[in-house]
Design a protein around this ligand. Structure first.
Ligand code: UD1
Length: 406
């Protein structure tokens, strides 16, 4: 594959920022918002809460001034995991929130105990009945010191949102450091919030009385960028990624270099030149940022499947995120999984087959495998891919892939 790709805006940044418009209570214009089914689901929630939402290509206008509900239906909550972020946004705005345990991709049990513990620390009354979670503040939300036992991305976002308009100061210890956390803080600060330390382990939120309108540009999607890099890698291609933040890709660049790819970084750009045959990579362990991202695990497993040698990949974030290995093996890969560790013995080539995606990134990994497989590959359940990739097939076709949606 050869050519250049403009990388979409970050899904995991756009979702909490759209939810955050509820806390803002004034019109907000969000640019570089990717066109994804998860964004559609978020817009449905915003509309159900009484927000006015307009979309024009990749720009979304949200006015939450006439919010008239603090409750999200079970059907909307089941659409995706990140709907839980509305908890903090609604509490901040109305002092109340009612929702159910969120849905999302099938990658293991995904509890929200850290979110609920944090809300209680902020003085919020949390009750659970028949699967419905009801949160109500007693008076104004009070800033608190909250220590997370694990740097959960969603819990960190919910704390930021719930405390942005609280009385006093909130400190998050062991906060998640993902670039999407920094983007959320940057968005809220552009509305007048006082958040410092985002991107580090300690975040300090000084509550403000009110927030203001803003226009904001979402950061590029580092996981989509890694996916296109893997596409170039498995096909021996040369691809330039436009509109990226190279620093956000530092956790994944070493494994591409170990596999023999040449990486050249420019301002907002990255060029990957792949060798004819990839080499195996050193052991990869998924970790919270700035460690290797769990969302790139399946994608790099597809690369390792055709590399010369053995690669070991350990999944440390989610319980059950190895199901793509069964599908890759159907294509002739040689992968054995022991609990959360995959041992991948690279084969010379994969064979096209009918395979099925079970989650968003697994779906992308199968497409990557299909790009280099001999013959035709059919990937089923593309609705998972549509949750997180904007026009994946069009972008891949643009750089020479023979791919179509049927
Ligand atoms: C976010 C990302 C997702 C990414 C993940 C990890 C969004 C919309 N999604 O998901 O793409 O894979 O970060 O980088 O941004 N946990 C608990 N209790 C909690 C919360 C989390 O035990 O209350 C556990 C989870 O089960 C999981 C781990 O912590 O094992 C990481 O979860 P978390 O960081 O919260 O991920 P999400 O915010 O759900």
């Amino acid at each position: 594959m050869d050519g250049s790709i403009k990388v979409q805006g970050a899904k995991n940044s756009a979702l909490p920022i759209l939810a955050a418009t509820v806390a803002v209570g004034k019109p907000c214009v969000i640019h570089n918002c990717p066109r994804l089914s998860d964004i559609d689901a978020t817009v449905d929630i915003l509309v159900s809460l009484g927000c006015e939402v307009k979309r024009n290509s990749n720009t979304v206008y949200v006015d939450s001034s006439n919010l008239d509900s603090d409750s999200i239906s079970d059907a909307l909550m089941r659409e995706m995991r990140s709907s839980v972020i509305f908890m903090g946004a609604l509490l901040s705005r109305t002092g109340e929130a009612e929702l159910t345990a969120p849905g999302g991709c099938d990658i293991g049990i995904r509890p929200i105990d850290l979110h609920l513990m944090a809300m209680k620390k902020l003085g919020i009354d949390v009750t659970e009945e028949y699967g419905r979670i009801r949160c109500r503040r007693k008076g104004r939300i009070k800033g608190a010191k909250i220590t997370l036992s694990f740097p959960s991305v969603g819990a960190t976002e919910n704390i930021i949102l719930a405390s942005v308009r609280a009385a006093g100061v909130t400190t998050i210890i062991n906060a998640a450091r993902e670039p999407e956390i920094s983007d959320l803080a940057k968005f809220l600060n552009s509305c007048g919030a006082k958040i410092s330390g985002a991107g580090e382990s300690t975040i300090v939120i000084e509550g403000v009385d009110r927030l203001y309108s803003t226009q904001f540009y979402i950061i590029p999607d580092r996981i989509a960028a890694c996916t296109y890099m893997a596409g170039a890698a498995v096909t021996g291609g040369t691809v330039v990624l436009d509109d990226i933040v190279p620093a956000h890709l530092m956790p994944v660049i070493p494994c591409f270099e170990q596999s023999g790819c040449k990486i050249q970084i420019g301002s907002g750009k990255l060029k990957i030149t792949a060798p004819e045959r990839l080499k195996s990579m050193q052991t990869i362990r998924t970790m919270p940022y700035p460690g290797f991202p769990t969302d790139c695990q399946a994608i790099v497993t597809a690369m390792a499947s055709v590399a010369d040698g053995t690669t070991v990949i350990a999944e440390n974030i989610f319980e059950s995120r190895m199901r793509h290995t069964v599908e890759l093996n159907r294509m002739g890969a040689s992968i054995t999984v022991h609990d959360k560790v995959a041992i991948i013995n690279g084969v010379e080539f994969l064979q096209g087959a009918a395979v099925s995606s079970h989650d968003l990134r697994a779906g992308a990994a199968l497409v990557i495998a299909g790009l280099c497989a001999h013959g035709e590959t059919t990937v089923d359940n593309v609705n998972y891919i549509d949750r997180g990739y904007e026009a994946l097939e069009d972008r891949l076709r643009q750089i020479g892939a023979d791919i179509k949606r049927v």
